[in-house]
Design a binder for this molecule. Sequence first.
Ligand SMILES: Cc1cc2nc3c(=O)[nH]c(=O)nc-3n(C[C@H](O)[C@H](O)[C@H](O)COP(=O)(O)OP(=O)(O)OC[C@H]3O[C@@H](n4cnc5c(N)ncnc54)[C@H](O)[C@@H]3O)c2cc1C
Length: 447
Amino acid sequence: MRIVVLGAGYAGLTLARRLEDALGPDHELIVVNDSPSHLVQHEIHRAIRRPAIAEGIVVPLTEVLDRATVRVAQVEGVDPDAKTVSLAAPPSAERAARAYDGKRANMGDDDGDGDSERAESEGTAIEIEGESERADSADDAGNGREECGGAEEGDETESVLAYDVCAVCLGAETDFQDVPGVAEHATPLKRLRDAERIREDFLSVLPEGGRVVICGAGLSGIQVAGELAALAREEGASEDCKILLTEALEEVAPAFSTEFSRAVCEELEDRSVEIRTNAPVERATEDGIVVDDEELATDQLLWTGGIRGPRALENERPVVRSTLELGEGTFLVGDAARVVDTNGAAVPASAQSAVREAGAVAKSIATIADHGDQGGFRPRLEPFTFDSPGWLVSVGDGAVAQVGPTVLRGKAAKALKTSVGAGYLTSVGAIGNAVDLAREELALSPD
Ligand SMILES: Cc1cc2nc3c(=O)[nH]c(=O)nc-3n(C[C@H](O)[C@H](O)[C@H](O)COP(=O)(O)OP(=O)(O)OC[C@H]3O[C@@H](n4cnc5c(N)ncnc54)[C@H](O)[C@@H]3O)c2cc1C
């Protein structure tokens, strides 16, 4: 049976690793991702203040997958009826991003001749759609663990990949909500190159002073505002620079409890971040935004105001019920889906949801693989119930944690934040990255 996992973010990587353990040797496991590395997205805001943290949050897939074939390609579309996926070479913008994201998994130049390159490591094969140059997936240390060869005779270069079972784990894209001018003038935060640009723009605003506006006070917006405030302080410019966080709904962190939201507000205000709620942005121009009929001059504009589905799903986030099946044999996991769990509750789009959903889907796929084709008999699939241990955000050097009904701040929350980030990396086998990340986090908050 051919099992295909599309995307190697939180959902895709967790799922692929579980399947590597659960599937028998007769089953083929292919992971398709537009980059040869996994990005720990929930720490990406840290790279605005500490670019070196990128070392800890970019994980070459060949280091954390064992027997799966990794195919570096752009998923263009999924047809659950035909059970096929259309693939293309990753676009050049993605390639440029990978040079940064995946710097420990360097690849050859794109000559666009449509060949695919195959490289073997101990158990993981990596294939690069549209590459004919040698693919070198060895890590920085040059320890030679991953020997990469040239293209093999008879190598498949299909742009249509057929599957028996597929899990679509392609994450989400930034949704600019069709607010006029926002897509043109605001920077989103999804990739390391976004963090790099936000840092550069902010450092160029600081010497003159000015106003930086972050639109959208969910997990990303809160954490970005905290990082910028801390960076301004470190640069000795917190007096001159105004950081404004706007939110269209009534509260900061509107998806979370009022206590959590209140604690986050206090942490932000302690760091001189101005907050405006009930303040949907009406339009943006090169020089400013209009909020509540008021024009605000803006020196830097950031957008963390929502997500939409990936392009391969026509920017939709289809609803899936508790088994997360989109169609028979096709699952939708993580931010790409609007998941409704067994209790009928909408599951928030988040890293922790994606990882938990992947656990349930891994059991279902392993069951399908075990039963094979039994003439119309369908094995029982694993139902998913979202049970969150709590929520955590960093606010510059501080943090706020909600654990059950208790909201924590100060050292306890900071310790939790560090251990959750490092714990996640350990759980996907990236022990070295976990150590790097913990070291960087501790450097960020030395007290
Ligand atoms: C700044 C920031 C802070 C955050 N903080 C938190 C937090 O504190 N806690 C929390 O729980 N969540 C947080 N999140 C949200 C969390 O990062 C997402 O919910 C999570 O990444 C979703 O996981 P996923 O596997 O669905 O998607 P992703 O992690 O986005 O993975 C999708 C994968 O698919 C690949 N891909 C996408 N399109 C294609 C394509 N067409 N072809 C091939 N490959 C493709 C991508 O490269 C990626 O590897 C934060 C997000 C941001 C941006």
